[in-house]
Design a protein around this ligand. Structure first.
Ligand code: KIV
Length: 284
């Protein structure tokens, strides 16, 4: 049975009714079909695709063209989940007008329902301008991978009382600027809980504990498809990477030992046609 399209109002209602929001990344058509079918509320086409799909060392290398390409594929595979397009590094930081134009491309060219941007008070003006243009914005604070160099590495944020308070101020500034929800990444659970309680918009946590209004994980991490980097907050719900390697090894062995293809994988020919064909090519 097909389900109804998830809207921004449904997401807001989940917080009001204390129903946890589910979000997962997807980067291609087939993954989107599967995730959408599994009843997820929100699909994030995250710039984490730079690492898990494109083999970059981080997310800063990801371009607008790459993001739009993957967003278009995900949109083709999604019928119900709310779609979030992640704005890549330097597509919104330099200039507010450019940020609005780039945000618009995610909706116009790639069928996303909103965009996500990383940063706190320093990008509140940009968020305000994008929202004013009619484009919903999801914020992202805490560990912000696009500025990992400035943060000094992939580190937990808000560990001291002062930095935790600054995170709360960032969250309030983003809410005030018009964000409809905020991702909290790698933040101590007590800090994320207080931020979630203080905000009227939902928080979606990744490594931020159970006090958030929803949770997000990276598709490849939760399926056990990518183990180059395995943060503490990842729970593996499958060992699909191992299953892929085993399947490919079996295929390789069966081709080499001539066990594949078997008769059931082969197109037969009528006996008379085969005989006529063999007679026609005999001696050539
Ligand atoms: O790019 C991404 O996948 C993200 C999530 C980790 C929230 O931003």
């Amino acid at each position: 049975m097909s389900r109804k399209k998830v809207t921004i109002l449904d997401i807001q209602k989940r917080k009001k009714n204390n129903i946890p929001i589910t979000m997962l990344t997807a980067y291609d058509y087939t993954a989107a079909l599967q995730v959408d079918q599994a009843d997820i509320d929100i699909i994030l086409v995250g710039d984490s695709l730079g690492m898990v799909m494109l083999g970059y060392p981080g997310t800063t290398q990801v371009t607008m063209a790459e993001m739009l390409h993957h967003c278009q594929a995900v949109a083709r595979g999604t019928s119900a989940a709310f779609l979030v397009g992640d704005m890549p590094f330097m597509s919104y930081q330099a200039d507010v007008a450019e940020a609005v134009r780039n945000a618009g491309r995610f909706l116009k060219e790639a069928d996303m329902d909103c965009v996500k941007v990383e940063g706190g008070q320093e990008i509140a003006n940009t968020v305000q301008a994008i929202v004013k243009a009619g484009i919903p914005v999801m914020g992202h604070i805490g560990l912000t991978p696009q500025t990992v160099s400035q943060l000094g590495g992939y580190r937990i944020q808000g560990k001291t009382a002062a930095s935790a308070q600054s995170l709360l101020e960032d969250a309030l500034a983003l809410q005030e600027a018009g964000c409809f929800s905020i991702v909290l990444e790698a933040v101590p659970a007590p800090v994320a809980t207080v931020i979630s309680e203080r905000l009227t918009i939902p928080t979606i946590g990744i490594g931020a504990g159970a006090g958030c209004d929803g949770q997000v994980l990276v598709y490849h991490d939760m399926l056990g498809l990518y183990d180059n980097l395995k943060p503490r907050f990842v729970k593996e719900y499958g060992k699909i990477g191992e299953a892929v390697i085993t399947a490919v090894q079996t295929y390789t062995e069966e081709v080499r030992s001539r066990h594949f293809p078997a008769e059931e994988h082969t197109y037969p020919m009528k006996e008379a046609e085969e005989a006529a064909f063999l007679a026609a090519v005999a001696g050539r």
